[in-house]
Design a protein around this ligand. Structure first.
Ligand code: ZN
Length: 149
């Protein structure tokens, strides 16, 4: 099932998304993960499995596996590139900011680089969940790793 052809994103942005989809960064599973969570988006059928390692209050490593549309997979790939090495509060701030941005809310976050290519998704409400799935799943994984609900 592919509805990607219905998306009329800027051509340049589309190239960035397709590149991440074809050559996903940090694909796989973290060895001895602090937490591993699977997210599912029934609207599109996207599945993403996020595993993380935390050390010294930082997201030391984050990997993903899964199957889904190009938006979801590219978003997961970009997310890992953006967030690995950041402190946990910074990671959470970025997740909240990205979520707000895609929902068209006020966002204090400066989105730069490849991530910028996903901002256009907010014009396609059906695909917002695709782009957000890896981020909300990572959010859950961090909570799980820290023993929070
Ligand atoms: Zn999707």
């Amino acid at each position: 099932m592919s509805v990607d052809r219905n998306i009329h994103l800027d051509a340049l942005y589309k190239d960035v998304i397709l590149d991440h989809h074809r050559h996903p960064r940090n694909f796989g599973l973290v060895e001895k993960p602090a937490a591993q969570v699977e997210g599912y988006n029934p609207l599109c059928g996207d599945r993403v499995d996020i595993s993380i390692a935390l050390a010294d209050g930082k997201l030391q490593d984050c990997r993903f596996r899964g199957e889904g549309c190009s938006i979801c997979m590219a978003s997961a790939s970009m997310m890992t590139e953006e967030l690995i090495g950041k402190s946990v509060p910074e990671v959470q701030k970025t997740i909240d900011g990205f979520r707000a941005l895609l929902k068209g809310e006020e966002c204090p976050l400066a989105v730069e680089g490849d991530l910028e290519s996903l901002v256009g998704v907010r014009n396609f409400p059906v695909r917002i969940k695709c782009a957000l799935l890896p981020w909300t799943t990572l959010h859950q994984a961090i909570h799980k790793a820290r023993g929070e609900k």
